[in-house]
Design a protein around this ligand. Structure first.
Ligand code: AMP
Length: 301
């Protein structure tokens, strides 16, 4: 079962306490697609500019990621510049150039319209909605967003939330969206906005999953060195959705296993700059770290 993602395909310029990188491959759809590609075929909907290098498209092709839905438009590619603090959980957006993303109207190639597992990655909610409108037989829609869209496109985002099953969001965004500081209250408030499930990403502290009837908590895989947290959230969602598409198991246990696979994928992403580690890791390494994760959290009551 394949997974469809819409999101940004970007140039990122990143500064962390451990180094910096200029105009490397980034974007919510890129990280998601690479993360999901270990488990299921992936199709990407997005837009790139004339300056986007063929090497990056080749990298997607090597991981068998279908980029037929990535449009090349006149102009420059979306560019994000971010700086991380000494406390690597905190980052500032220093520059955000939408470039070809401004005014992008996603058009799904016909076979994409039958996608059953769909991730509305971090992008303008109006574009997320346009993708939703083109789907014929979707089974699971998950969605991400960020402070920029919560502030600038709130009404459209609320409409998207009424049509999705799962929201994957980080803790500060959950607070901003809900108006509550307490994370449990924030999750409950977001559940009232539409999604059946909210997954709250808390960086090195892990993930909390909320539904009306349950709460599930997992830590992040403990690492001695985090070089660059960029893309952790998107590759987490990629691992999660990819695993769900592979297993088809939507039981509570199946969802929990998918959350742990997502956490494992994210733990590789942050071990190097950009997509370097994520693009080079093997499925065997992922499975081995998954087993370590199970041991790490083994608890007999
Ligand atoms: P993450 O670290 O998982 O939250 O996602 C980081 C990625 O989001 C980077 O690769 C950026 O290119 C991308 N990004 C940053 N700002 C935005 C935005 N406003 N809309 C969509 N993608 C963004």
């Amino acid at each position: 079962m394949s997974v469809l993602v819409v999101g940004t395909v970007a140039f990122d310029s990143i500064e962390t306490p451990f180094g910096s990188a200029e105009r490397i491959l980034g974007g919510s759809a890129s990280y998601f697609a690479l993360g999901a590609s270990f488990f299921a075929p992936v199709r990407v909907v997005g837009v790139i500019g004339e300056d986007f290098p063929q090497d990056y498209l080749d990298l997607f092709a090597q991981r068998k990621i279908d980029t037929d839905g990535v449009e090349r438009a006149a102009g420059d590619t979306f560019h994000w510049r971010g700086r991380y603090h000494e406390d690597i959980n905190v980052r500032d957006t220093v520059e955000l150039h939408l470039n070809v993303l401004a005014g992008f109207e996603p058009k799904l190639p016909d076979p994409y319209r039958d996608a059953e597992y769909v991730f509305l990655g971090n992008i303008d909610p109006l574009m997320q909605m346009e993708v939703l409108d083109q789907l014929r037989r979707v089974r699971l829609v998950a969605c991400d967003t960020m402070d920029h869209w919560i502030r600038t496109s709130n009404d459209a985002l609320k409409k998207v939330l009424r049509r999705i099953e799962m929201l994957v969001i980080n803790d500060s965004e959950a607070r901003l969206l809900s108006g509550y500081d307490n994370i449990v209250k924030a999750a409950r408030e977001i559940l009232k906005m539409g999604p059946r499930m909210v997954l709250i990403k808390r960086g090195e502290y892990g993930v909390l999953q909320f539904s009306d009837s349950s709460i599930f908590a997992t830590p992040a895989y403990p690492l001695e060195q985090v070089f660059d947290p960029t893309g952790a959230g998107d590759s987490f969602a990629g691992g999660l959705m990819g695993h769900l598409a592979r297993s088809g198991d939507r039981s509570q246990g199946g969802l929990r296993r998918a959350i742990v696979y997502g956490s494992v994928v994210a733990s590789f992403t942050v071990e190097d700059f950009g997509v370097k580690r994520l693009a080079g890791v093997s499925l065997e390494e992922i499975e081995e770290r998954y087993r370590q994760f199970v041991e790490l959290t083994d608890f007999h009551s």
